[in-house]
Design a protein around this ligand. Sequence first.
Ligand SMILES: [Mg+2]
Length: 285
Amino acid sequence: MTASGLNAFVTCHKVSYISTTRMPLNLPGLLVPFQLLFNPRIILPNLVVKDIRHLDFRALKEAGYCGAVFDKDNCLTLPHKDELVPELRDAWDECRDAFGEGNVLIVSNSAGSNSDTGGIQAESVKRSLRAPVLFHSTPKPGYSCIKAIQRYFSSLRTPVRPEQLIVVGDRVFTDVVLANRLRNLERGSGLIYQCFRCGFERGGTIGTENDATSSHKSIENGPLAIWTTGVWKREATFMRWCEKKLVDIIQRRIPLDEIAPAPTRFIKEVPPPPVGTRPWKFWRG
Ligand SMILES: [Mg+2]
């Protein structure tokens, strides 16, 4: 997609956003626990890292992933701030360089959402992070939002298929679920069918990732759900604790022969900060 095309896309979605009413509650996120009853694996990530510095974006690109969806708050920026966390600058540049401008999309439940009056924050984030911001009237992980992501990547000059995406974020009930719902949608089945099927099928998120990583450049089971556990500023502490506990419980319930090793080839070591510099502000990881 050209620069003018991107602007047109964003403007188009801004208009539809302005015309919608406010949605103070994240209903799609609140409904996730009910979906868990039928499909507990919907909250399982493929990969867990502390922050995006631990991701080898070039390895991901070489493996066939061509686009990235990023959460913003507590993943790239402080909550409700527009500027990239300074420590992430090199990693962010490497990501944009690997995937290409336009192929890295910010999807936030603050900037570009219904709570972003007039799209002012989205415009500021777009300039600050030098990446397009999706306007969406339904919060993550709503299916309307997922469809908007699909439309964006299919409209690029070189379209990117959903299975070629990585989805990176710090919240299980929004970012990880969004990636897994996107995968299930791509399999061509409806929500209710997926709820029942995935509850009993072998593999689910973890098992299918095993298949994906076992053959060279096979990403037929993408997109890759990447959970960043480091938090730059305390926020929603209780909900994060609940999410982590649920992930732990569900992972423990999966039979050992269905547990696949994490695709560690996409993880890289991060050198410690130089002596005398301020330590990282993570409070959990
Ligand atoms: Mg976040």
